[in-house]
Design a protein around this ligand. Structure first.
Ligand code: FE2
Length: 296
């Protein structure tokens, strides 16, 4: 091979191998992350919360369906779904299969934009220079069956927290929840749930961890805030991390357990991707088991 072709062909070959790894291997390399969160009063029994997010489910993703439903073996006291559950009009049945026995446990949910609007083809790298928020500017009528999705979860006893509050018993503790619909598309209405959080334990639930909403949850006394949306950056750089967060939160808190003022904040990197950007790099798909424990 002539020298002048060797370098370009090497670059192309490395690129193809990288895309293959990101789309076939890492995108299906599901991980469970575990965190202890010290928010309970002394002497209380620990509470296990399984946090799932951003499954973006399409029919046929059997590996994800099988992996998530098997998480029931963790025996969580509560399941929290922070949205972007489906990316196809025929995905409700598969999504219920994905929850499987988890649906019989106490659960809460909010919607993400992708539960309402079907994915459209786009340059998967475009979100590196701007958020996906503008993708929805001309889409005012939802074309995915998000109401049926929500009805299926509420029929199982799960709390619909889209601009709503409510209580649910998990383990031996009555938990106060406040939740908002997706701020990424302007459907959040915090004013409708504003007010002091109540009870011995309070959890704020949202799809996108937008700081203005995090501030309000924390100001109202919510102790634990749960969100998704960021995909952890989805395409990350080794030793650097996420390039973007796709919302207002800083890169350092694009995923994982952190503080937001007096509250704890957990952002899930999520389990899926848009069908039109089916790649993850240095950011494997994940679910999280948060064990709430007494504070010292
Ligand atoms: Fe998402």
């Amino acid at each position: 091979m002539r020298k002048r072709y060797a370098v370009p062909l090497g670059v192309v070959g490395t690129g193809i191998a990288g895309v293959g790894y990101a789309s076939v291997i890492e995108r299906n390399w599901f991980r469970l992350r575990r965190y202890d969160v010290p928010v309970l009063a002394p002497g209380r029994r620990p509470i296990k919360i399984l946090h799932i997010s951003d499954t973006h489910l399409t029919p046929g993703r059997r590996r994800m369906i099988k992996w998530v439903s098997a998480l029931d073996a963790l025996e969580p006291d509560l399941v929290v779904n922070t949205g972007d559950s489906i990316s196809h009009r025929d995905a409700i049945g598969p999504f219920l299969d994905l929850l499987g026995p988890l649906l019989d446990r106490p659960g809460v949910f909010v919607y993400g934009s992708n539960d309402m609007y079907s994915p459209v083809p786009k340059n998967p790298a475009r979100y590196l220079w701007r958020t996906s928020r503008t993708d929805y500017n001309r889409r005012t009528v939802p074309d995915l069956p998000y109401r049926e999705l929500g009805a299926a979860m509420t029929a199982a006893g799960w709390l619909d927290l889209n601009n709503a509050t409510g209580t649910l018993k998990a383990g031996d503790t009555e938990i106060w929840f406040g939740g908002i619909n997706d701020s990424h598309i302007g459907k959040d209405r915090y004013d409708e749930i504003a007010g002091p959080a109540q009870g011995p334990l309070s959890i704020g639930v949202m799809h996108s961890p937008e700081p203005r909403n995090l501030d309000r949850f924390a100001g109202d006394g919510y102790q634990l805030l749960l969100a998704g949306h960021t995909h952890g950056g989805q395409l990350c750089v080794p030793m650097f991390g996420a390039l973007v967060t796709n919302c207002g939160i800083d890169r350092a808190r694009v995923k994982g357990l952190n503080r937001h003022g007096p509250a704890w904040l957990h952002v899930s990197a999520g389990l899926g991707t848009s069908p039109w950007a089916p790649v993850r790099f240095c950011c494997p798909p994940e679910a999280s088991l948060l064990t709430l424990v007494p504070s010292a």
